[in-house]
Design a protein around this ligand. Structure first.
Ligand code: ADP
Ligand code: MG
Length: 614
């Protein structure tokens, strides 16, 4: 008995659809790319319920004839390639002739299209690959495609869709990629009748600002390099605006968004020592290469490409980025300044150390000038008058060597101190060293202490913020000029969810609609110019914490704030600042780990040093 059947087209299309359309965002991608290929100068994207019920793309491109309007839904129907060779010189977005066939196999599609020279257009209605109707219609020049009830005939796939906010953020990401690559085209994007983006045609910088907010351009350096194998143009983020996730990294080749780990590394490596580990710079980079030296057909969704001149392009891209960062001659220098050397002279045997003096200034922030000036110039709507162990500071500026004695410490602190024999003994000339502007090196009775300045400061701020939050007495400052901040739709939703928790740490934020918020008060350490940035990063971390299933909102927000307000690696610290930091660190509950659980310091005792000397 023969058992092989040829599958009907509708089934074959459904199977192929799985490859091309796996969620609303991929249908959006195909439709937007088709509109670009049709030469549109204005494109509208309209979705309902994050694309579940409706995805509509309206363009003013070339339109289609009656016959093409029907043919475009056939598999391998494409106007873009005629022979296999064309694949290698492809300049348009699509070329497989599969997208519309796939979409029509898994949705109810309505196409209206009109050529510019024709008076009447054509309407085609097709459901699950079945043409239900084709008739003349009146419509504007160009094409409008509505994709309704995606996966209506594949319940398994429909059930697999994530909640609307997630599907919407995928659609948004696709929209941003296409809109960035095609900055001369006007785009608008509505979800459930709400206008999320309205982008006018302009230059690349204007497009970036249109998508990410007006102040975004101040965070970027321009890069440009014209060479034979590749033209590089675009923007790379300043090192102080790095993020904890790879969010805003956009690389385009010949107008198409690509993912290329090799070339991304070329950009990231240019930042080398400028940014902390596991943080990522933003970049928006357009590459132009000869299409014949590029293979775009290695992946069905076409975000992965291969370059023939990959190594050269890598080197050029890295050099261009370095140049933008002003990094040309920044070789790692080994600084050896005898005046900051550790003084190893032990205190005389009969020396009796004096008690350390202790004074308090709860608002002192060693990285913002003197605490007193700041207090005067600030307006606060509420503040803590109480002095807790977390914000008191010990005065280390005593001429004499000093010892913090253990009975001033409590709980966890004490045990750490005891275990490490942690009393601090320093001779009068020993100034902590700021090694590579990253580590603080000092001596204690138990040995040489190496402190990671950023992690330590994170710990200090984290405990301070958490304590203020829990006591309900947060040190907030009312802003003289409220700051308006804008976010993308998905982030706006998250921020709305975070508002009550943010309020507890001192942010007073009201939604204004259209993804815009007004900030009227902030925790007092926050610089009002950085509000948008700080909120973005807090959302960013909140997101990544959610992904890692860290559901403790309160902790997540305090951690993230602490990180952002903390002094960075690469910041040179003055002697007093280091001493302050050391003192603050040792008055923390858990001085030896950062809020995210990494070591803040280690101690190398005399024994260990002697071992190494063998
Ligand atoms: P491909 O884009 O790979 O050619 P598609 O299935 O996406 O395959 O589209 C099939 C054909 O339909 C295209 O080659 C093009 O001729 C036509 N087409 C699709 N969308 C549009 C549009 N918005 N405007 C004009 N023509 C279009
Ligand atoms: Mg296409």
């Amino acid at each position: 008995m023969d058992i092989i059947n040829i599958l009907p087209d509708s089934v074959a299309n459904q199977i192929a659809a799985g490859e091309v359309v796996d969620r609303p965002a991929s249908a959006v991608k195909e439709l937007l790319e088709n509109a670009m290929d049709a030469g549109a100068s204005s494109i509208q994207l309209i979705v309902k319920d994050a694309g579940r019920t409706l995805i509509q793309v309206i363009d003013n491109g070339c339109g289609m004839s009656d016959i093409d309007a029907r043919l475009c839904f056939e598999r391998h129907a494409t106007s873009k390639i005629k022979k296999a060779d064309d694949l290698f010189a492809i300049r348009t977005m699509g070329f497989r002739g599969e997208a519309l066939a796939s979409i029509a196999a898994v949705a109810q599609v309505e196409l209206k299209t009109r050529l510019h020279d024709n008076e009447l257009g054509t309407q085609v209605i097709i459901e699950g690959s079945d043409v239900k109707d084709q008739s003349p219609c009146t419509c504007s020049c160009g094409t409008s495609i509505s994709v309704k009830n995606l996966f209506y005939n594949i319940p398994a796939r429909r059930n697999f869709l994530k909640k609307d906010s997630i599907e919407l953020s995928h659609i948004e990401e696709i929209f941003r990629r296409v809109a960035l690559a095609n900055y001369r085209t006007a785009f608008s994007f509505y979800n459930n009748g709400k206008l999320l983006y309205d982008l006018k045609p302009g230059n690349f910088a204007q497009r970036i600002a249109g998508i990410f907010g007006n102040n975004y351009n101040q965070r970027l350096y321009h890069i440009e390099e014209e060479t034979e194998p590749v033209k590089v143009y675009g923007y790379v983020g300043k090192s102080e605006f790095v993020k904890r996730s790879r969010g805003e990294q956009y690389l385009f080749v010949n107008g198409r968004f690509i993912k290329h780990p090799g070339l991304s590394a070329a950009i990231e490596r240019a930042y080398n020592e400028l940014i902390p580990e596991r943080t990522y710079p933003a970049y928006f980079v357009l590459l132009e290469v000869n299409p014949e030296r590029l293979d775009v057909n290695i992946h069905p969704t076409k975000t992965e490409v291969r370059f023939i001149d990959e190594q050269t392009i890598f080197a050029i891209l890295r050099a261009a980025t370095k140049k933008a960062l002003g990094q040309f001659s920044l070789a790692t220098e080994i600084e050896f300044n005898p005046s900051t050397e550790i003084d190893f002279t032990p205190a005389p045997r009969d020396y009796i150390p004096s008690e350390p003096k202790v004074s308090f200034n709860p608002y002192f922030n060693p990285f913002k000038g003197s605490g007193n000036e700041e207090r005067k110039s600030e307006t606060r709507n509420c503040r803590s008058e109480g002095v807790s162990a977390h914000n008191e500071y010990h005065n280390f500026f005593d001429d004499k060597p000093l010892i913090i004695n253990n009975n001033q410490q409590t709980g966890t602190q004490r045990s750490i101190l005891e275990n490490n024999d942690f009393s601090i003994t320093r001779s009068s000339t020993a100034t902590p060293i700021n090694y590579q502007n990253r580590f603080i090196i000092t001596t204690m009775k138990s040995g040489i202490v190496v402190i990671d300045q950023q992690r330590a400061h994170e710990r200090i701020l984290y405990e301070r913020i958490l304590a203020q939050r829990n006591s309900g007495q947060v040190a907030a400052q009312q802003l003289l000029f409220p700051v308006n901040c804008r976010f993308n739709a998905a982030d706006s939703e998250l921020l709305t969810e975070m508002l009550p928790e943010l309020r507890k740490v001192g942010f007073v934020i009201e939604p204004l609609g259209q993804n815009t918020f007004v900030v009227t008060a902030t925790p007092h350490e926050v610089d009002s110019e950085k509000v948008q940035d700080i909120l973005e990063k807090t959302i960013d971390e909140y997101k990544s914490n959610m992904l890692q299933k860290i559901n403790d909102k309160e902790k997540s927000i305090c951690m993230s704030l602490a990180r952002q307000l903390s002094v960075r690696q690469g910041t040179a610290l003055k002697a007093e600042e280091m001493q302050q930091l050391i003192a603050d660190l040792f008055s923390c509950q858990a001085p030896n780990i950062s809020p995210s659980g990494r070591k803040t310091m280690f101690i190398m005792g005399e024994q260990e040093i002697a071992e190494k000397m063998k």
